[in-house]
Design a protein around this ligand. Structure first.
Ligand code: PLP
Length: 389
């Protein structure tokens, strides 16, 4: 049996999405900037993609910019937002547990003269609104807070943060990295005070290398790419029509049975966590003691530390059983460093080195969960005996 439980790293492209993209690539392959019929056809696919995201986000078509993925969306929001608003101040705020796409971009902005505050998180991986309020100053021009954390699935109080920021100064830009949150929670930028929202195609059963940046009407960004002036001069480069349309198709399919799918996902997560309760020395990171449901966290991520067993050892033991998971987060998995997120949450060193992330999709079955639990019941005692020797 093959069980893919690394859906936070990437997801399987749905066959309907692949078919749709194949038709665009092989038949309707025009450049939307061309004036002939092939160009017009291609433009219609882009229009469909923009309309789909505008509808889902309850925004406007002109607020949807297609990018090359979550990383570019984050870079565009932060670098574009910071440089375009430099005259208003040089202070930026984010959290200590952002994905490298935000964290490293903030580090870059520090080299460009910006000052960055990194908000701490509690044991559950959540920022405090009081800390946020205290951090905002006259100089603050942008705040970036992720919706759902990619390693532990903690959810930030985004709506409350948006309201707070706008109350303090409506001119401060509020960016949300929604790469892990989109499709797992309904995110409505306007209602939540979000000016900029990043989404990635490959986390929602769409293609890799395509993303969306929602840019609220009226928000000024300095473009990162210069060229032919596509996408209202914000993002030059020949439009990735199959990517944008494929990502929109994936989002449309996701929203077609959103509530049922989400309930199934939550059930899988709860069943898995309850199953872990039977194992000694296993901690679910980011859950309060005694919570074996995970109802307050993202429905698709469970981070587990197994005392006495190193992450890579368990990862490969599960791999032998056909079960694919991540040690920490995939993006930093090839550099075996303890997770900065878990460290910021105050997780003890021994547990940092034994963190494993299981991430589900709406296509994960209960049978797969049971198979994985059984593998853990079999392997963990054996690996612990081996470690002690
Ligand atoms: N932000 C978060 C929270 C992520 O989890 C990821 C990818 O794992 C990214 C940004 C980067 O997205 P992409 O892989 O599309 O560049």
């Amino acid at each position: 049996m093959e069980v893919y439980l690394d859906n936070s790293a990437t997801t399987r492209v749905l066959p309907q999405v692949a078919e749709f993209m194949t038709k665009i690539m092989c038949e309707d392959y025009g450049n939307p900037s061309s004036l002939h019929i092939k160009g017009v056809q291609a433009e219609q696919y882009l229009r469909y993609a923009r309309e789909t995201f505008a509808r889902i986000l309850k925004g406007k078509e002109k607020e949807i910019i297609f990018t090359s993925g979550g990383t570019e969306s984050d870079n565009m929001a932060l670098i574009g937002g910071a440089f375009a608003n430099r005259r208003q101040g040089n202070h930026l705020i984010t959290t200590q547990i952002e994905h490298p796409a935000v964290m490293q971009t903030m580090r870059y902005l520090e080299t460009q003269g910006f000052r960055v505050t990194y908000l701490p998180v509690d044991r559950l991986g959540r920022i405090s609104l009081d800390d946020l309020q205290r951090a905002v100053s006259q100089e603050t021009i942008l705040v970036s807070v992720m919706y759902a954390n990619n390693e532990i699935g903690s959810l930030q109080p985004v709506q409350e943060a948006g309201a707070l920021i706008k109350r303090m100064n409506p001119g401060i830009l509020f960016h949300v990295d929604g790469v892990q949150g989109f499709g797992k929670a309904k995110i409505y930028p306007q209602k939540m005070g979000i000016d900029l929202l990043s989404i990635s195609g490959h986390k929602i059963h769409g293609p890799k290398g395509v993303g969306v940046l929602y840019v609220r009407e009226g928000v000024k960004l300095q473009p990162l790419l210069h060229g032919g002036g596509q996408q209202m001069n914000l993002r030059s480069g020949t439009d990735n029509v199959p990517g944008a349309a494929g990502m929109a198709k994936a989002a449309e399919l996701l929203y077609a049975h959103y509530d049922e799918d989400l309930e199934q996902l939550r059930n899988c997560k709860e069943h898995f966590i309850k199953g872990l309760e039977q194992l000694d020395g296993v901690t679910v990171n980011g859950l309060p003691a005694g919570d074996w449901t995970g109802a307050e966290t993202a429905p698709h991520i469970v981070s587990v530390s197994v005392a006495g067993v190193r992450s890579e050892v368990l990862l490969h033991a599960l791999e032998e059983q056909g079960i694919y998971v991540s040690a920490g987060s995939a993006c930093s998995a090839r550099k075996p460093q303890p997770s900065a997120t878990l460290r910021a949450m105050g997780v003890e060193n021994a547990l940092l080195e034994s963190a494993i992330r299981f991430s589900f999709s709406v296509y994960t079955t209960m049978e797969e969960i049971d198979y994985t639990l059984q593998a853990l019941y079999d392997k963990i005692p054996m690996l612990r005996r081996y470690t002690r020797r």
